[in-house]
Design a protein around this ligand. Sequence first.
Ligand SMILES: O=C(O)CCC(=O)C(=O)O
Ligand SMILES: [Fe+2]
Length: 207
Amino acid sequence: MNLNTDFPIPGLSVLYDFVSPEEEEYLVEAVNREEWSGLGIGPNPELKRRTQQYGHLFSYRYREVLEEYGPLPPFVSRLVTRIMEFGLMPVAPNHLLVNEYNAGQGIMPHVDAPALFGPSILSLSLLSPCVMKFESKQDSHNILLPRRSMVVLQQSARYDYKHGISKELVDYTAEGDPVPRDKRISLTFREIIAWSTKACHLNPKDK
Ligand SMILES: O=C(O)CCC(=O)C(=O)O
Ligand SMILES: [Fe+2]
């Protein structure tokens, strides 16, 4: 594993080879064994990728915690241990979101609801690399997330920059090299910090 924090965005880290090829295969197989619930999908067509969520059910549309589902599934236990060993989150994640993107699908630029999720957002890329775009009022940066890497968003990367993935079939590195997209599955680990649904009634314009 190899940690890179050398980005022009404070609080952004990428851990390369966070999982081995064997662990990737195991995780993809485990995810595909589950029902793809589609829960939490909002009205925007950009969000119509396949999703699963574990730990808690929340609604993107109203940004409410709707229900507690219990602990995260056993297939991510080793990952959670590793996350805590590396000190990537202040407390263990209690929410896991699995997103599946076909090549050409993406996610609109957004900040994960600050009132709903804690200070560290982690996302593991499986099966395909992608470029994640970070945009603030001042600047924007394209960051390559290789297959099997874990991206960690904290501080400015978490709160001051929107992150998104554009709908491309091919991404380009900063050097201009093409990086074709394949089907990508991401595992996003977060801590839900809001227990009152009232606390999550935010201005819909801020996502
Ligand atoms: O797919 C990813 O890596 C990012 C997903 C994401 O930003 C989100 O679901 O909030
Ligand atoms: Fe996000």
